[in-house]
Write a protein that binds this ligand. Structure first.
Ligand code: MLT
Length: 388
């Protein structure tokens, strides 16, 4: 029985996809696979049983990716699975920034006992008036699954859309409306757009992407939207921009002590992917990824190891080797196989940064001694044998 531990509630439709030889466990240390949403894993002890962690969502800043990679633990996310949910809230955020919808709703609530509310609102409403999105310029930093959907939807609102992404994939480029202008630098977005929305992963290189230098370049009255992670924006600089009148509104899905209750800030409690559909999609994708890895050793959508796929495991033994991206690991393994009379029927290998992963399909089972020798090869982090 493979054991799966859920660190957060995971949608049942995903858990229903666990095969019959899987069981859920409350014991983190006993699990081969972990499903997680927002639980912080940085300080958790990672047991030798743990093979894989799947995050039901896109962001992985709650998981120690490198610590996992060093132990040969593969971390997955579910790119695109909640993109539509996040996109819809970004559009709502733009509408809330364009017109004071929140102020208007609060006014109605505050005046709910006014018998003349139907008349009085006609005088009061001018305080909540705004403008339309049509014709405004929207800049999107990061044209991944969410950025692409936001771009295409904004075109339907009649916005002029600009996008910037040095890592734009061919697949995403093909999905992007031809009316979206892809520009070469974030500075062009900062200088051109009325609305700027950030859709990049949180990494050391993206922290504080929206900072004072960026804000100084922006147009007066700019709206900044952050549905990615709070520290992508230097929020002290954003508050100063609101104070000076440079920024009309800051819309964020990540309230914190810096922004909560501040003038000009519209906050939602990390609701972007909190829809039934997104939660179901993420759970299904996360479970599929983790099961394919545990059963077949295949890696799809990992954030700390390369994509490697050799299809279903059907040979007597499939050996999966997580290793450092250094010379002679593959040759060390193939020599070891040759020396032990082990025939490699098929193999695949790939690298990502410091880490590599290889799958070898063998025509015979291997001994414990063979596995120990493979584990002892320089650079090898984890060896796993899947037998059929
Ligand atoms: C994500 O990272 O996918 C979104 O922020 C939603 C979530 O964290 O669940």
């Amino acid at each position: 029985m493979a054991k799966i531990n859920c660190l957060n509630p995971i949608a049942q439709v995903g858990l229903d996809n666990l095969p019959a030889n899987y069981e859920l466990t409350d014991d983190f240390a006993a699990a081969q696979g972990v499903l997680v949403r927002s639980a912080k894993m940085h300080d958790m002890e990672l047991s030798d049983n743990l093979l894989a962690i799947a995050r039901a969502g896109a962001g992985v800043n709650n998981i120690p990716l490198d610590k996992c990679a060093q132990k040969g633990i593969v971390v997955f996310n579910t790119p695109g699975a909640n993109a539509n949910g996040v996109k819809e809230l970004v559009i709502a955020g733009m509408l809330m920034a364009a017109r004071d919808i929140v102020g208007g709703i609060e006014w109605v609530q505050a005046n709910k006992d006014d018998a003349d509310i139907a008349k009085d609102m006609e005088k009061a409403k001018k305080a909540f008036a705004g403008y339309e999105l049509k014709g405004k310029k929207l800049g999107i930093i990061g044209l991944g699954a969410i950025g692409i959907l936001v771009a295409n939807t904004a075109r339907h609102f009649g916005m002029e859309v600009y996008g910037c992404d040095p890592f734009l994939s061919v697949n995403n480029a093909l999905k992007l409306s031809r009316d979206v202008k892809v520009v070469g630098s974030n500075d062009e977005i900062f200088q051109t757009c009325d609305y700027i929305t950030v859709h990049v992963p949180l990494m050391d290189s993206t922290k504080g992407l929206i900072n004072k230098a960026a804000i100084d370049q922006m147009k007066d009255g700019v709206v900044i939207l952050n549905f990615a992670r709070d520290i992508l924006c230097d929020e002290e600089a954003v508050l100063a921009g609101i104070e000076s009148g440079k920024i009309r509104k800051y819309v964020s899905d990540f309230p914190n002590a810096t922004t909560a209750g501040k003038k000009g800030v519209i906050l939602t409690p990390h609701l972007g992917a909190s829809t039934e559909e997104s939660e179901d999609n993420c759970a299904v994708m996360a479970v599929d990824e983790i099961v394919d890895f545990i059963d077949n050793g295949n890696i799809r959508n990992s954030v700390n190891y390369p994509a490697v796929n050799l299809g279903p495991a059907t040979m007597p033994a499939r050996v999966c080797v997580a290793h450092k991206n250094i010379p002679n690991v593959i040759s060390g393994f193939t020599s070891l196989a040759g020396a032990n009379g082990v025939n490699i029927e098929n193999m695949v290998s790939a690298s990502r940064g410091e880490y590599s992963y290889a799958i070898f399909d063998l025509t015979s089972k291997v001994t414990e001694d063979f596995v120990e020798k493979a584990e002892a090869l320089e650079g090898v982090l984890k060896v796993r044998v899947i037998e059929k």
